[in-house]
Every structure is written in C-alpha cells, then in structure tokens.
Design a protein around this ligand. Sequence first.
Ligand SMILES: [Ca+2]
Ligand SMILES: [Ca+2]
Ligand SMILES: [Ca+2]
Ligand SMILES: [Ca+2]
Length: 384
Amino acid sequence: MKNAIVIALCLVLTLALSCSDDAPAGPDGNKIECEDDQLYNPRTEECVTIVGPTNDVGVDAVGADDTSTRPDIEIEPDAEADTVLEADTELEVDIEVPFDPECDKDLDGILSYECGGNDCDDNDFLRSPERAEVCNGVDDNCNGVIDDGLDCTFYAHTATTLYKVNPFLGTTNKQADLLDAAGTAVSLLDIDTHPRGSLYGISRTALFVFNDPEKYWVRVAALSGVGDANGMAIDNSGMAFITAAGMLITLDLSQVEEIVQTQGLAASNFTGITLSPVSSAITGGEYYSSGDCVVNKSNTLFMTSKHDPTQDHLITIDRVTGEGTELGAIGFKQVFGLTAGWGQLFGTTLSGQLIGIDRTTAQGKLLHSFENRRWFGTASTPSR
Ligand SMILES: [Ca+2]
Ligand SMILES: [Ca+2]
Ligand SMILES: [Ca+2]
Ligand SMILES: [Ca+2]
C-alpha cells in the first residue's frame, strides 16, 4: 500500500521529489533515513511528511487523489455492468414474466377485452384489429362493422328484375327492371360479368350490355343459334361460353367489348352487328345444361347439368375440347344460376334458394331462401 502511494505521488507531484525507496544521500554523502511517513526532498535536503491518503482534502489539494482514487473512476465499468445488468433484467422480464394463456386463447397475439386488449373475438384466430376485412359476413378487423368498405354482392336476375345479392348476409338489393332504353322488356336467359367490368346478358336472339348509370339494357349484337341457351359464362380472356342443352357454344365478345370500352353504350354504336357463335357437343357423358355455367378465377368452366331428374349435378367442361367431367351431385334441383366469387361457388335456384357449392365434391349447402324469388341467372363478381 505504501508503494502504491509513493508511485501515485511520483506521477503527479511537480515537486522534484526523490521518489525512491532507497535511502537518499545527504550533501555530506551520508545516507539520510526518513521516517516511514516521510520522503526526502533533495532540494531542501530534508525529509517531508507525506500527507496520508486517508486525508482526502489534503491529497485532493495536490491532485494526487486523482490517481489514488482510480478505483473511483474504475466505477465506470461498474456502471457499464449496471447497464448490462439492466438489459439482462429486461430480457428476463420478456422471457420470464408468466403469461396467462387465458388472455390470448386464440393465440393471434391480441389480448382479450377482459385482459385489457382489443381482440373482439379471442376464440377466433382470424379476427382481430390486425386483420383485413374480407367478404364473409364477419367483422374481421374488429371495428364493429361487418364487411365494411367492400362490395360483397353479385348480380342475379329473375324473369323481370336485376338484383344485387349479398350471399353472406342473405340480402338482395334491386338494381333495375329488365328493360331496354325504350322501356321494352328484355327477356334475358342469363348474364355474366366481363373481366373488364361490363355486365352482359343474352336472350334467344340477341346480346345485351347493361348500362349501369342509366339502369337499362343496350342491345349490342344479334345472335344466331343460341335458341336453347340457358347459361352463359365469360372467361378471364373475355371469351363467352353459352350452354344450351348438350351443346357448348363459344362466342367471341372482343368486337363488342372494344366498342363498349372505346365508344360507350350508345345504341347507335352497335348498329348492324351480328355475332355467329361456334357450337360443339359436350362430350364425356350425357350432360344437359340445367341453367347456368360459370368460369372461376382459375379459368375452370363449371356447368350445372340436369341429366339426373332427381337433382342437378356439377360438371367441369374443357373449354377447348368440350369434354365434360362430373364432379358430383349438388343435392338441389333447377340450379339456374351459378356464380364464382371470393374463391367460392354459389348457386341460385328457381325456387329462390341460395346455396354454397363445394368445388371439389359438388355438394350444395343451403345458405338462404328468398321468398317469392325465382332466380333465372347470376353473374360472377369481377374479382371471382
Ligand atoms: Ca387473441
Ligand atoms: Ca382473435
Ligand atoms: Ca369490420
Ligand atoms: Ca368480413
């Protein structure tokens, strides 16, 4: 300890003190012995008493304590250690604070109301404020409103009226009577939505497009050879397919659609247009169009077939070869409307039923029955 003090003083004292443990020699060459608490000052040729390190005031006064109090400075690592300790402590909090599984039963990361969180359904992983709203009849994003900000409807028509149907809520909203600009009834067999948004309809002799702002139908072309038609579907490239009894009829809409897009829906734009669809037999079985066909997002063409008098069946049809493949019985008759939307298939029947249809097994499930509605046809949603 004494050596440390000596060294410390040597480092800082400006006095020309002799800092040696060896006894210094006096002017006469004799060894001078200083006391233990003294050092020899050769300038004054005398021993001076060391102010001890325990006297903080004295040592600080000469700055020596700066060295001798290094341990004070070395507290810094302690301080760092404290910081590290704090980090460690926080980490331990994250890991070790016991979590009550009752507060997030569905494990969606959002706590239940009871635990101070805002998960409006702590039993449903798919519902929380972190979720996006989707069409399903459910308040996915927990803002208290079902399917807010979305159009969750498809077009369906009876013999006289066009509706928008919400299959999730089981509601309908009348859009228009089936009339042309002059107020004459338009007898539509079926309707479908073009990928670019136009709503098309067919009668036995003509093709129509719905003027949505004006709420009437515009005759855009004469049709031949579709007299038995009862279903129409438009694929993702804009090609229309019409089903009539055991036939698949292909109708190229591009000429008309081009005019719709570039010139608008004025009747004079469509004077003299006649379209000649191409017919081919539906092969692969004794299939017979019940009332509708539809193309889903992956361009698969489905058709309801009434070859079984007890119930309709769902088949797929190869759009190029016309070969049909049965998926199974739907469990419902007179499925005159077939629509694809939100990744699902829906059917509507002549007796007013709305059904969900399994795309793999064809099994239908009743979703809603509309009183006094006889559904003729339905159109797919633009997003399908
Ligand atoms: Ca939760
Ligand atoms: Ca939840
Ligand atoms: Ca919502
Ligand atoms: Ca929803």
